[in-house]
Design a protein around this ligand. Structure first.
Ligand SMILES: *Cc1c(COP(=O)(O)O)cnc(C)c1O
Length: 436
């Protein structure tokens, strides 16, 4: 680093260093520009326009590989809904991950990626007849049954030994947002363990000549911080395995491993998870005298969230009781603040200055279209400035909409100083195509 680069940050709080743990691996400052995957953010904005969702390929690959390294005996299944994109699915296939899909549409992306059917799992609390037919036609290796209706329908549609898993609601509270807490009793997902429905579902699958029971599946929620929640899940699921009376070969523990969104938040303790889940599993299986099943895990967010950065252009600044900084995107590319009260860090690219709290808002016709409240930006923030929001790799492209007929942003992959779109920007022509 040259002295000129060092000087602005010495004894000056206006040029904060990069927040630890939030940005893609290797992201750094060069002067006041932000370099992601070797490409300056100002160049990405100039070349691809804004808003722009930048995705660092190396970070995605490294996190996927970290799961495989931590649990080499397990099958690591990427939760395809967190970042639906054929190119990303190809990266997952190339580092040895399997893929889970929850609709015929996600399966179509997997097919486009050439993802091997033998490594695809389909889940979801509703699978329409079309979803099930598409899964059977492609030869998806396992289908996770979520209701008695579905077991009957699948039994009728399937031929010769389609492998099925049972989605179980283990009654574990993962202490996360209610909208993504999927393991507690009294909710739409799965068969309740406590009521006996899960056991009944096992028997129903075994009775169907066209189906073969491959294992049990659960998913306790998203943004789960505590490894203890997974240990408790293992205890309950092995208890269920012991009462099944048939051999259970696979136990899918789902995903939900947390990612840090704000400075100071920690990453998921993957190493601790691997050790404690492995230990609990072998202890409980010995206790109940059942063979140890093969573990599956389904990370989504924890692989892709921190690999993503969204770039926005400031369009207007209004100074009043609060200062509102309005950008060229909003809830159409990030509905998470409105859905879950999600919070984000924001940084201005290209310039420092004395920091002031502001509220960053989107362009959409709702007062709730807020991207980040009370974030620190240079006091003279003005139209034309470039903002970067980290941790936008998971459930951003996936949840994007066309509200106000705004085209969805591109996803631009960066790697070793090269940038290429892996999802192109949506145009007015794309939007008009559906109208008759
Ligand atoms: C959403 C989902 C996942 C992935 O959750 P993350 O929080 O992204 O890790 C895994 N399994 C199932 C069944 C899911 O519904």
């Amino acid at each position: 680093m040259t002295l000129a680069e060092l000087l602005p940050s010495i004894g000056c709080s206006t040029e904060p260093v990069l927040e630890e743990g939030l940005w893609p691996d290797g992201t750094h400052l060069s002067g006041s520009d932000l370099v992601i995957g070797g490409v300056p953010a100002t160049r990405l904005a100039a070349q691809f326009g804004t808003p722009c969702q930048v995705l660092d390929e190396a970070t995605v690959r490294n996190r996927a590989k970290a799961f495989v390294a931590a649990l080499p005996e397990a099958e690591v299944v990427f939760a395809g809904k967190s970042l639906p994109c054929p190119e990303v699915y190809r990266w997952m296939a190339s580092v040895g991950l399997s893929l889970d899909v929850s609709s015929a549409g996600e399966l179509a992306l997997a097919r486009a990626a050439g993802f091997p059917a033998g490594r695809i799992v389909m889940h979801g609390n509703v699978k329409t007849g079309e979803d099930l037919k598409a899964a059977l036609e492609y030869g998806v290796s396992r289908i996770v049954a979520d209701s008695f209706d579905e077991i009957a329908q699948l039994g009728a549609l399937a031929r010769h030994g389609q492998e099925v898993m049972i989605r179980v609601t283990p009654g574990v509270d993962a202490h996360t947002h209610a909208a993504v807490s999927t393991g507690v009793e009294d909710q739409k997902f799965g068969f309740s363990l406590a009521s006996g429905a899960a056991l009944e579902a096992v028997l129903r699958v075994v009775e169907q000549p066209s189906l073969r029971l491959a294992g049990l599946h659960c998913h306790i929620g998203s943004q789960v911080r505590h490894v203890a929640s997974y240990e408790e899940t293992v205890r309950r699921m092995v208890g269920l395995i012991a009462s099944c009376g048939v051999r259970i070969e696979q136990l899918d523990l789902g995903g939900g491993f947390c990612a840090p969104y704000l400075p100071g938040e920690s990453s998921f303790d993957l190493f601790g998870f691997a050790q404690r889940v492995r230990g609990t599993l072998s202890y409980e299986c010995a206790l109940h005298r059942v063979p140890v099943p093969r573990i599956l895990i389904e990370p989504g967010r924890s692989i892709v969230a921190n690999a993503g950065v969204t770039l926005y252009r400031v369009c207007a600044v209004k100074r009043g009781v609060r200062t509102f900084v309005a950008v060229d995107g909003g809830m159409s590319d990030n509905p998470r603040p409105a859905l879950y009260g999600a919070k984000y860090a924001v940084r201005l690219v290209g310039r420092g200055g004395k920091l002031r709290p502001v509220t960053v808002v989107g362009r959409h016709c709702e007062a709730g279209d807020v991207l980040a409240e009370n974030v620190l930006l240079p006091a003279d923030v003005h139209a034309g400035d470039l903002l970067a929001v980290p941790v936008t790799g998971a459930y951003h492209h996936a949840l994007a909409s066309n509200y106000n007929q705004v085209g969805r942003p591109p996803v631009v992959a960066v790697r070793d100083g090269l940038a290429r779109p892996i999802v192109r920007r949506e145009t007015e022509e794309d939007l008009l195509r559906r109208y008759v």
